[in-house]
Design a protein around this ligand. Structure first.
Ligand code: R5P
Length: 324
């Protein structure tokens, strides 16, 4: 059935989730003023995932919101099993909503005998039966091309830029912590009328970062480092230190996905960072809450809810960002 006819046969919009970020999903449901769908996503005694959908979903437009955040393999397996379940229950259309797309950093063969896990995950989601993907701030936008189903790629940019707009930004500079992040940093720079700087970062291993020079003038300015995620905290903390060495004043960080694994929180506590703004694509760990008022969680629930509404009603999503 082509996309147009399929839309016409859709009945209800229904939202479901597994266990990876229920609080976010409840906020999305609040935005849409619809109840969260009834499903039990539990475990068999041997640890296998047990799913049962407890309401009729035949002919429904299903959105499964499940960031594949830590515990990443559990989150991914729950998502795949939920998709399979709705496909077999004769739902009209299934959209996998991954506010955070895990395994995204393994997106190419950069040495011999390594997998391209971001592509494998795309294959698994598609093969399980998803008709569309809705995601946010992918580590690399090209991952959209790993899917042969429609992908809507949202940016947390409107939420994060609104937060920083509350400050007088006249002496601020926006900093990309590596060359890969220049495009998104430029978006902030253009939108909030700030200068742009870039840190020369090289990754030597999963936890080993080497930071060289800074391109752009940061001396005597406050800096906002923009990144898609904080994992071990190595990139952000090294970037903050080098900016301080170059004479930056206060340093702020904005990162969409607070993965915050290992000793990330300890590193962030010691780094010369005044404030860290993250979003609720991933629940904040208990450890991270120890950062107190230095960490600010912004919600992307309205953005996700609006995008879901627009997918359901077949209206433009890109205009959510161009209308800014
Ligand atoms: C790198 O390209 C990403 O944008 C992040 O900067 C990086 O993945 C963060 O990882 P970590 O916090 O472990 O340095």
């Amino acid at each position: 059935m082509d996309e147009k006819n399929r839309i016409e046969t859709l009945n209800d919009i229904k939202i479901f989730t597994g266990n990876s970020n229920r609080a976010l999903v409840e906020r999305v449901c609040d935005y849409l003023s619809i109840p969260l769908g009834n499903a039990t996503v539990g475990r068999f005694p041997d640890g296998e995932i047990d799913v049962k959908v407890d309401e009729d979903v035949r002919g429904a437009d299903i959105f499964i919101i499940q960031p594949t955040c830590p515990p990443v393999n559990d989150s991914l397996a729950e998502l795949l099993i939920l998709i399979d379940c709705f496909k077999r229950a004769s739902s009209a259309r299934i959209t996998a909503v991954l506010p955070y797309y895990g395994y995204a950093r393994k997106d190419r063969k950069d040495e011999g005998r390594v997998p391209i896990t971001a592509k494998l995950v795309a294959n698994l989601i598609t093969k399980a039966g998803a008709d569309r993907l809705l995601t946010m701030d992918l580590h690399a936008a090209q991952i959209q091309g790993f899917f042969d189903i429609p992908v809507d790629h949202l940016l947390a940019f409107p939420v994060i830029s609104d937060y920083f707009r509350e400050n007088d930004l006249s002496d601020f500079v926006v900093v990309s912590p590596d060359v890969g992040g220049i495009k998104i940093a430029r978006l902030y720079s253009n939108h909030l009328h700030m200068r742009l700087a870039v840190v020369d970062k090289r990754r030597m291993g999963p936890e080993e970062i080497e930071v060289g020079f800074v391109i752009g003038d940061v001396e005597g300015r406050n800096a906002i480092i923009i990144d898609d995620l904080i994992a071990t905290g190595g990139s952000i903390c090294q970037a903050a230190r080098v900016l301080k060495e170059k004479g930056a004043k206060d340093i702020y960080v904005a990162a969409t996905h607070p993965v915050l694994c290992g000793v990330a929180v300890e590193k962030l506590k010691e780094a010369p960072i005044k404030k860290i703004a993250v979003t609720d694509t991933i629940p904040l760990s208990k450890d991270a809450k120890g950062l107190g008022s230095r960490i600010k969680v912004l919600t992307v629930s309205n953005l996700l809810g609006e995008a879901i509404k627009r997918i359901h009603t077949n209206t433009s999503i890109s205009s959510m960002f161009t209308e800014q």
